[in-house]
Design a protein around this ligand. Structure first.
Ligand SMILES: *Cc1c(COP(=O)(O)O)cnc(C)c1O
Length: 403
C-alpha cells in the first residue's frame, strides 16, 4: 500500500510515472509541502543531506512486491548476499544500512571475529586488537564510521609521500585492519597504492578494508578491490538508484560471515547482541538493493553518460558568455560524478562570491541547491539529481542572477 492510499480522501492516488514529475510540473513535491517542508531542485548530485537517490520504477516495483510476504531476515540476507556476490564476482556480499554501516560492521568483524562473547562486548575493545591503520593522506569525512564499533584510528606515513615501509613499520600487535580509501577519479600519486597496501598487510596477516563507496563505474570496479586481495569493499547504494539507506559489503567469505554476525538481523535471529542492531534495513529495501544492482550491472551506461553530458551541456550553454563567470565543463566518467560543470565568479565584476550564488539560488522558488565545500571558491554542479528538463531551470536560474 502506498502512502497516497493511506491518506485516501482529498488526495489523489499517484502512479509511479506521475510521481516522477519535475519541478517544472504542477503537483511537484506536494507530499513534502503538505507537511510544511520545502522540496528543492538538486543540482549537487547524490548527496545524503538531500535524500541521496530516487530509485527508478524497476526498483520500486520490486520493493512493492516484497511487501506481500514476511521473510526471515537472516535467510533473506543470505540469499540476497549470494545473488549480489554472484553478480559482482566476489566470494560473498551483505546488504547494510549504507556504505557507512558496512565500514562499521567490518571493523566490528575484524575485532571480534566469530566469538559471541566479543561480539557482545563491543564497543568495549578490552583484550582485542582495536587499531585501524589509515594513511595520513587519506583522512576523510567518513572515517568516523570506522570508530563507531570501538576501534581506534591510527595514522601512518609521512604526509608528503607514503611508502610501503611506513605501513610495514606501523603494523603492530594491536592492528586489527588497514583501511584504504579508493578514489579512482582523482588518484593521489603520493598515497600508498592499494596493491602495496594489500601486499604489506597480507605479509602480516592483517585484513584490508576498502571504502569504494563511489567506485560504481566502470562496472568492473564493483568487486575489483576484493578480487585484488582486499578483504572488504563497501559500495554506496545511493549512487546506483537503490534505496538511499542501503549499502553493499562485498568481501571474502570469512569477512562477510563475521560481518553478518554483527548485524541487526543476527542480533534478533541469533539472540547475540552485536553493535549493528540500530543499523536496520527492511526487507523491501533489501529487495530494492538487489534489484538496483542488477539493473545497474545490465543497463546501458552509454545512454546514462550521454544523458548526463547532454544535461550538463544544456546548463553550460545557458551560462556561457556571462561577464565575470567562468564555466568549465567536467568530463569525468569514472565513479559516481559523471560530467557536470564548474563555476567560478570574478567578484570584482559580478559582485558575487560562490557562497553568495549558493545562497541566492536557495532563496528562489523552487530552491535550487548547489554547494561550495570548505576551502573551495567555486561551485561544482552535477546532474544526477535532476529530472529531465530541470537542467534548463537550473541554467536559467543561475543566469538570471547576473542580469
Ligand atoms: C557516501 C559515501 C559514504 C557513506 O555511504 P552511505 O551509503 O551514505 O552510508 C562513505 N564513503 C564515501 C566515499 C561516500 O561517498
Amino acid at each position: 500500500m502506498d502512502s497516497a492510499q493511506a491518506n485516501a480522501g482529498p488526495h489523489k492516488t499517484h502512479t509511479w510515472e506521475e510521481l516522477t514529475i519535475s519541478a517544472t510540473d504542477a503537483g511537484w513535491g506536494d507530499i513534502y509541502k503538505e507537511l510544511g517542508a520545502r522540496p528543492v531542485v538538486n543540482a549537487i548530485g547524490s548527496v545524503t543531506m538531500l535524500g541521496g537517490s530516487s530509485p527508478p520504477d524497476e526498483v520500486r516495483e520490486a520493493m512493492e512486491r516484497a511487501n506481500d510476504a514476511y521473510i526471515p531476515l537472516m535467510e533473506l540476507q543470505d540469499k540476497a548476499g549470494a545473488a549480489i556476490a554472484a553478480m559482482t564476482g566476489v566470494p560473498a556480499a551483505y546488504i547494510t544500512a549504507g556504505a557507512g554501516s558496512a565500514l562499521t560492521l567490518a571493523t566490528a568483524a575484524v575485532m571480534a571475529g566469530t566469538d559471541d562473547q566479543r561480539i557482545q562486548q563491543l564497543p568495549d575493545t578490552t583484550g582485542m586488537k582495536n587499531e585501524i591503520l589509515i594513511q595520513t593522506r587519506q583522512r576523510y569525512w567518513y572515517d568516523r564510521c570506522l570508530e563507531l564499533a570501538g576501534a581506534r584510528l591510527v595514522e601512518f606515513g609521512d604526509p608528503e609521500r607514503i611508502t610501503a615501509e611506513h605501513l610495514d613499520a606501523a603494523i603492530g600487535p594491536k592492528t586489527a585492519a588497514v583501511h584504504y580509501f579508493a578514489v579512482e577519479q582523482s588518484p593521489d600519486p603520493d598515497a600508498l597504492s592499494l596493491e602495496a597496501t594489500i601486499e604489506v598487510a597480507k605479509s602480516h596477516g592483517v585484513p584490508v578494508l576498502v571504502d569504494a563507496a563511489g567506485q560504481i563505474y566502470p562496472l568492473d570496479n564493483i568487486g575489483k578491490y576484493v578480487r585484488m586481495g582486499a578483504d572488504l569493499q563497501c559500495v554506496a547504494a545511493k549512487y546506483i538508484g537503490a534505496p538511499h539507506s542501503t549499502g553493499y559489503a562485498l568481501g571474502t567469505e570469512k569477512m562477510i560471515s563475521a560481518l553478518a554476525l554483527q548485524s541487526f538481523a543476527a542480533y534478533e535471529g541469533r539472540q547475540v547482541r552485536g553493535i549493528g542492531r540500530p543499523q536496520k534495513v527492511d526487507r523491501q529495501e533489501m529487495i530494492g538493493a538487489v534489484a538496483a544492482i542488477r539493473r545497474w550491472l545490465t543497463m546501458n551506461h552509454e545512454d546514462r553518460l550521454a544523458d548526463a553530458e547532454r544535461m550538463s551541456g544544456a546548463i553550460i550553454g545557458r551560462l556561457q558568455g556571462i561577464h565575470g563567470v567562468t564555466v568549465t565543463p567536467l568530463d569525468n566518467v569514472v565513479g559516481h560524478l559523471a560530467f557536470g560543470l564548474r563555476l567560478e565568479f570574478d567578484q570584482n565584476i559580478t559582485g558575487l562570491t560562490a557562497s553568495d550564488v549558493v545562497a541566492q539560488l536557495k532563496k528562489g522558488d523552487p530552491p535550487v541547491f548547489t554547494r561550495t565545500l570548505a576551502g573551495e571558491d567555486y561551485i561544482s554542479i552535477h546532474v544526477f539529481g535532476l529530472r529531465d528538463g530541470e537542467e534548463k531551470l537550473v541554467g536559467d536560474r543561475i543566469a538570471a542572477l547576473f542580469g
